[in-house]
Ligand binder design. Structure first.
Ligand SMILES: Cc1cc2nc3c(=O)[nH]c(=O)nc-3n(C[C@H](O)[C@H](O)[C@H](O)COP(=O)(O)O)c2cc1C
Length: 249
């Protein structure tokens, strides 16, 4: 497979960076092609704004969706957006590597979605969900957290990882990806609140790397998270009344 790793971390020598190196080595040894897309190293500007669009058709009012669509059709998207789209076109699997920051992805990666996933090009009214541009391709998150694993358990103070990643996973599903279950490395708290002695912490990090590598060796066999699709919904976009997933008629 062609595998793109999108890294959203300001420090390449961080644990997130180390997980990228683990992934690249493991996947290449298994015969895959790997490209790293390091958003901070490339100085990716994540803020969507009018100035990106050379020929915007209304100087009084900036409509992001209109400009994205018009500039896609005219082949006038910003160079960095075109570069990111080519990388996505190349990939069979996209891995997003990032630390959990305020219960979500870092802003650089949120803005990457805002700018790169252009309306009228990578999605439209009918080209969404299981009819999406990226159908047939896979994507997944590899996330690190500061809080330890037990605090993410039911009733734990750190909250629910399924809920924190729901917007990210929904967006990937929206543009057609099959979404693999995330890889979560919990309790990676270098420089902040400490939960372990140094030696135990270092051993913990090594285990996280080993677990990630062993999961990646068989990544091609993994089953995606199930989502509903067009054939499951009625004309209002709601789960059909006779659908087996409904808990009441
Ligand atoms: C701005 C910021 C926000 C953070 N928010 C969270 C959070 O919501 N939950 C959490 O468990 N850890 C949080 N952390 C801790 C990071 O997830 C943790 O430092 C990171 O996963 C460690 O990986 P690294 O050593 O590669 O940076 C936050 C850290 C920063 C800098």
């Amino acid at each position: 497979m062609n595998i793109l790793i999108v890294l959203a971390h300001p420090e390449r020598k961080s644990f997130n960076g180390a997980l990228v190196d683990t992934a690249k080595g493991t996947l290449e040894r298994a015969g895959h092609e790997v490209q790293i897309d390091d958003l901070y190293a490339e100085n990716f500007d994540p803020v969507e704004r009018a100035e990106w669009y050379a020929n915007h058709n209304n100087n009084e009012y900036f409509a992001a969706l209109t400009e994205q669509s018009n500039h896609f059709k005219a082949k006038q998207l910003p160079e960095d957006v075109n570069r990111e789209i080519s990388r996505l076109d190349w990939a069979d699997l996209v891995i997003f590597q990032f630390p959990l920051w305020w219960h979500a992805q870092p802003a650089i990666l949120k803005g990457w979605f805002d700018r790169v996933l252009v309306y009228g090009g990578l999605y439209s009214g009918r080209m969404r969900y299981d009819h999406g541009y990226f159908r047939g391709k896979k994507a997944m998150c590899s996330v690190t957290t500061g809080s330890p694993a037990q605090t993410f358990m039911p009733f734990g103070r750190a909250g629910n990882m399924v809920e924190w990643l729901w917007p990210f996973h929904s967006s990937l599903n929206y543009i057609g990806f099959n979404v693999l279950p995330p890889n979560v490395s919990y309790g990676v708290q270098a420089g902040g609140i400490q939960y372990q002695e140094k030696a135990a912490f270092e051993a913990h990090l090594e285990t996280q790397k080993t677990d990630w590598a062993s999961r990646l060796r068989d990544i091609e066999q993994e089953t995606p998270i199930p989502f509903t699709g067009w054939s499951d919904w009625n004309e209002d976009g709601v789960l059909r009344h006779d659908h087996p997933m409904r808990w009441r008629p």
